[in-house]
Design a protein around this ligand. Structure first.
Ligand code: HEC
Ligand code: HEC
Ligand code: HEC
Ligand code: HEC
Ligand code: HEC
Ligand code: HEC
Ligand code: HEC
Ligand code: HEC
Ligand code: HEC
Ligand code: HEC
Length: 447
């Protein structure tokens, strides 16, 4: 009998090896896909090795790849349920119920029929498995259904930064609109002055002479004019700064992301961490609207996402990038409603100079938020180009964006209202989420 087993084994291994090899070596992997991946990953689903980094790595290695791409983001979010909570022996009983040490316990792939929003592949009452006692013992939570723990405005599994009791109490009495309602102002001039005190603005852009034989002088004069009015001329970035990459003496007519990357690392890295650039991060062709299932304008279907999609050379007018550029592609209800919204009207005033720019809200205010970081020893306000960083669950936007201008309670209510989001925040939230009141009540009871 032994030889039968041995033959079977070697045949199986051979087959595995064959398929394994095919999966890793072949160019077209689509017929190996055992089921679509979640909305978060469909852009890279044929790049099997992004998740299956080892041929026979199993669950551990898939899990390692999740962490490889998402660890920083979860750390930024002060993840309420990090792996360390579950390797703690005191919580072993909970791991027996649901092995939360592994991402794929809750986020499996290739099973669209059981995968919901944010790639969660568990039934809605998963909190219950580990926190039964809260519903039974806590006065404020009695009678609440267990599939409501993680509904809008209450709790999340990972990111609870805007929802912790202490935070709710600290911001309990804030008005709908703060007296000083403004976002961070960009400070690149001051930063640039501090870091490169010797830079001089340029007025004559130099370029190879042969350019004049290929482009007519009016076109070049127009380009020169645009460049002259841009931050690049002001900061001493010459034509060759973009058109000749890495000291190669070869002029290119079409600088792409790689030519920007050397000077704009934070922007390039964050761009590639979100849905606009995640394919480029894998060395794949750029995403275009035609590849997505979301709603886009007819004209944009075949455009490929790059830095130039929002930043037209050579003006680099960031106000154009903040709304007009987006609406060149995005055409769902939410996007189209923006112009009529209170925010959209403020934006129109700021765009035409009638009000300070830092008091207005654009698409980018919410989706590409300004952040502060020490760069080369000095604080710099920069723009996070990962538009997924604060998108879901949308409570992430409360601290990073809304609270610059609105009170916590109003922001929680507004983001819990799906219809209001659909109308791009035209109107008031329909419901009051009682989180703050519950926190106040519990504090009073504890006294
Ligand atoms: C975004 C990450 C991701 C990508 C990309 C991906 N997979 Fe998977 N794959 C998973 C996860 C997660 C599982 C489930 C692992 C588990 O539950 O043990 C899985 C399971 C599988 C399984 C079943 C293995 C088993 O032990 O049950 C196969 C086969 C598979 N993937 C093939 C592929 C192929 C082929 C590709 C490329 C065409 C691919 N996968 C792309 C994440 C991915
Ligand atoms: C016990 C179940 C569970 C485990 C284990 C788990 N998640 Fe999640 N994850 C969720 C739920 C539920 C959501 C939906 C949003 C929320 O409630 O935080 C989510 C959302 C996310 C999101 C999108 C929202 C966000 O906050 O960024 C990412 C990314 C994510 N998980 C990655 C991971 C990774 C990586 C791991 C492994 C280190 C992991 N998850 C482990 C349940 C889980
Ligand atoms: C090669 C990098 C990479 C790997 C590997 C990877 N992801 Fe992702 N994941 C992304 C990117 C990029 C997005 C889309 C942007 C975003 O939502 O943050 C995404 C989206 C998600 C989302 C959806 C977030 C939402 O807003 O809907 C979840 C959940 C998630 N990933 C969890 C996982 C888990 C679990 C694994 C391991 C099986 C994994 N990821 C592997 C890069 C990766
Ligand atoms: C696999 C078990 C497990 C699941 C599922 C789970 N938790 Fe937890 N949770 C824990 C453990 C363990 C702790 C830490 C010990 C404790 O506080 O009981 C914790 C702590 C918490 C805390 C306190 C957080 C902090 O940072 O101090 C909150 C709030 C919470 N969980 C909410 C939830 C919600 C909401 C869900 C569902 C979205 C959920 N948990 C799902 C095991 C789990
Ligand atoms: C900040 C980077 C940057 C700087 C500085 C810059 N360019 Fe460009 N240039 C670009 C990009 C990006 C494109 C368009 C690439 C594309 O569409 O493929 C471009 C395109 C061009 C083209 C081709 C236009 C066409 O119709 O095909 C010419 C010519 C040109 N630039 C000349 C100049 C001159 C002259 C200067 C200096 C006065 C200059 N550029 C400065 C980034 C730059
Ligand atoms: C040689 C370095 C260099 C290169 C290459 C470069 N930039 Fe810049 N860029 C700068 C500097 C310096 C500034 C002004 C200071 C700042 O904002 O950091 C700037 C500013 C900007 C701004 C802000 C403009 C404003 O009005 O506030 C944008 C947008 C921009 N660059 C986009 C790009 C894009 C897109 C590319 C690639 C096509 C690119 N840059 C290539 C150095 C560079
Ligand atoms: C989806 C549209 C979009 C894409 C794609 C895009 N940007 Fe931007 N970028 C913006 C917007 C909008 C702003 C201004 C936001 C603000 O002022 O609040 C901006 C600002 C900037 C700035 C100035 C602010 C800062 O962070 O210092 C730089 C530099 C920049 N982008 C570089 C890049 C580079 C490099 C790429 C490609 C890797 C790129 N951008 C791709 C929309 C985009
Ligand atoms: C050239 C077309 C184009 C431009 C310009 C553009 N986008 Fe996108 N956007 C896309 C595509 C394509 C996706 C990926 C959709 C997907 O993954 O299904 C996307 C994804 C997004 C997402 C994530 C959607 C999700 O559900 O995960 C947001 C948010 C977004 N864009 C906002 C913006 C904003 C804000 C601007 C302007 C600052 C902008 N986009 C400019 C084409 C564009
Ligand atoms: C005041 C903040 C705010 C403004 C301004 C805003 N958005 Fe959004 N956007 C949101 C929120 C919140 C969501 C929903 C996230 C969630 O819960 O899935 C969203 C979702 C999206 C999505 C994903 C929709 C989907 O199919 O899942 C896109 C694309 C988008 N916005 C583009 C835009 C564009 C383009 C503009 C400007 C014309 C804009 N947004 C203005 C807050 C804003
Ligand atoms: C830069 C400041 C600023 C930021 C950031 C901001 N808003 Fe606003 N918002 C305003 C102003 C100003 C108004 C107009 C108030 C008025 O007209 O009375 C407004 C109006 C609104 C309205 C309509 C209120 C009404 O009475 O019609 C809603 C809803 C809203 N904001 C939600 C949000 C949410 C949610 C966020 C975060 C995702 C956000 N806002 C971010 C300044 C801001």
């Amino acid at each position: 009998m032994r030889w039968i087993w041995l033959t079977w084994l070697s045949l199986s291994l051979g087959l595995c090896g064959y398929y394994g090899y095919q999966v890793y070596a072949s160019d077209d992997k689509s017929h190996f896909l055992i089921g679509e991946t979640s909305v978060g990953h469909f852009q890279i689903e044929l790049e099997c090795s992004a998740c299956h980094s080892e041929v026979f790595g199993g669950m551990e290695s898939v899990n390692e790849s999740c962490i490889g791409c998402h660890a920083e983001e979860l750390e930024d979010a002060h993840d309420s349920h990090p792996k360390s909570k579950f390797t703690d022996p005191r919580n072993a009983d909970r791991v027996d119920i649901l092995d939360a040490r592994y991402c794929i316990t809750c986020h499996t792939e290739h099973q669209p029929e059981r995968t919901g929003e944010m790639g969660v592949s568990l039934p809605d009452d998963y909190c219950w498995h580990c926190h039964q006692e809260v519903g039974e013992e806590r006065e404020s939570h009695k009678g609440l259904a267990f599939d409501t723990c993680a509904s809008a405005g209450c709790h999340n599994y990972h990111d609870n930064r805007a929802l912790y009791e202490a935070f709710l109490l600290e911001h309990a009495d804030e008005p709908v609109l703060k007296a000083l309602a403004r976002k961070k102002a960009r400070n690149w001039r001051a930063w640039h002055q501090a870091v490169h005190p010797d830079t001089e603005s340029l007025s004559s852009g130099s370029y190879p002479e042969q350019l004049e034989t290929r482009f007519d002088s009016a076109a070049i004069a127009g380009i020169h004019q645009d460049w002259l009015g841009s931050a690049h001329a002001e900061a001493g970035v010459d034509c060759v700064g973009c058109h000749q990459v890495e000291n190669e003496p070869v002029w290119t007519d079409s600088p792409g992301m790689n030519s920007c990357a050397g000077c704009h690392t934070l922007q390039t890295d964050s761009f590639q961490a979100g849905k606009h650039g995640m394919r480029l991060a894998q060395g794949l062709s750029a995403i275009s609207p035609a590849m997505s299932r979301k709603i886009f304008t007819e004209e944009s279907q075949s455009l490929e996402l790059s830095c130039n999609s929002c930043h037209q050379p050579h003006q680099y007018d960031t106000r154009y990038a903040e709304v007009e550029a987006c609406l060149g592609c995005h055409a769902d209800d939410h996007s189209l409603q923006f112009s009529q919204s209170p925010h959209g009207q403020l934006w129109e005033q700021a765009r035409t100079g009638l009000m300070p720019e830092d008091q207005a809200v654009s698409c980018a205010t919410c989706h590409l938020p300004r952040e502060t970081r020490r760069v080369k020893g000095h604080e710099k306000v920069w723009v996070n180009h990962n538009q997924n960083h604060n998108l879901r669950p949308n409570e992430k936007m409360i601290r990073s964006v809304c609270m610059d201008c609105h009170g916590l309670g109003f922001a929680i209510d507004a983001l819990a209202d799906q219809d209001l989001i659909q109308r791009n925040f035209t109107g008031r939230p329909a419901e009051r989420i009682p989180s703050i009141e519950m926190a106040i009540k519990r504090e009073q009871e504890a006294r």
